[in-house]
Write a protein that binds this ligand. Structure first.
Ligand code: AP5
Length: 230
């Protein structure tokens, strides 16, 4: 199935962007581009980018726009992005969204399709403090809602499950504040462009996944063009 466009997963920390975006990218055979994963990888490798991003991520703030844009542009230049891509956690500010519009135009992709997963703040704290992620394959678990069969071990590949250092209650509160201040306004920005679709993220993973698939089937023509764009 051809995608030939950019999909953007929008939503607060813990909304389920990563959980859902990975499956959608796999289904369309395009890269899953998580700026959070890219920064965590840079931190783990101890690169200059990682050294810069680490304290910002640990405080729950956002990495400066010019740094994010440089990293994203470099990633989009790779050949595997020619058939489209799925963004998870990007864009996150108005300047990032505006710059992305220009990049997509230059790449010939046109307007993105934006999938906004809505979940109220009170549910997000439990989801984030309970999250565990496989250090090998990246599979996402939750000790309350979706635990692994053996504690601390990934069902798929036996990898060690890790707890993200920014998933503490204090940092989650800062991340939520940053989301409401800097990222939530993007919903209006994309709504005005006629490319925003909102999905209720409070339901089960399977229900959210079905809702997203319904949106994708309804809005994407076989050539990847949008039906909803005005
Ligand atoms: P990033 O890694 O993008 O974190 P985030 O946006 O805070 O999102 P999360 O990964 O925490 O949540 P998610 O929505 O993917 O939820 P998930 O599917 O894992 O960013 C980290 C940091 O990097 C930022 O704070 C910032 O510093 C920096 N950064 C990244 N991008 C940037 C950018 N563009 N600009 C500037 N700075 C940037 O699910 C969460 C949990 O809930 C899991 O346990 C899961 O199992 C569970 N769950 C999922 N769906 C459901 C469901 N339907 N029902 C019940 N449980 C569910």
């Amino acid at each position: 199935m051809a995608l030939n466009k950019a999909l953007i997963f929008l939503g607060p920390p813990g909304a389920g962007k990563g959980t859902q975006a990975k499956g959608v990218a796999k289904e369309y055979g395009v890269p899953h581009l998580s700026t959070g994963d890219m920064f965590r990888d840079a931190v783990a490798r101890g690169t200059e980018l990682g050294r810069l991003a680490k304290p910002i991520m640990e405080s729950g703030g956002l990495v400066p726009d010019d740094i994010v844009m440089g990293m994203v542009e470099e990633r989009l230049a790779r050949p595997d992005c020619r058939g489209g891509f799925v963004f998870d956690g990007f864009p996150r500010t108005l300047p990032q969204a505006e710059k992305l519009d220009g990049i997509l135009g230059r790449l010939g992709f046109g307007k993105p399709l934006v999938l906004d997963i809505e979940v109220s703040d009170d549910k997000l704290m439990r989801r984030l403090t309970g999250r565990r992620t496989c250090s090998v394959g990246g599979e996402i678990y939750n000790i309350y809602e979706h635990p692994p069969k053996s504690p601390g071990i990934c069902d798929n590949d036996g990898g060690k499950l890790v707890h993200r250092s920014d998933d503490t209650p204090e940092v989650v509160n800062e991340r939520l504040a940053a989301y409401h201040r800097q990222t939530k306004p993007l919903a209006d920005y994309y709504q005005r462009q006629g490319v925003l679709e909102t999905v209720d993220g409070a339901a089960s993973v399977e229900t959210v996944s079905r809702a997203l698939n319904g949106v994708l089937k309804r809005t994407l023509k076989p050539n990847g063009h949008l039906q909803i764009a005005g």
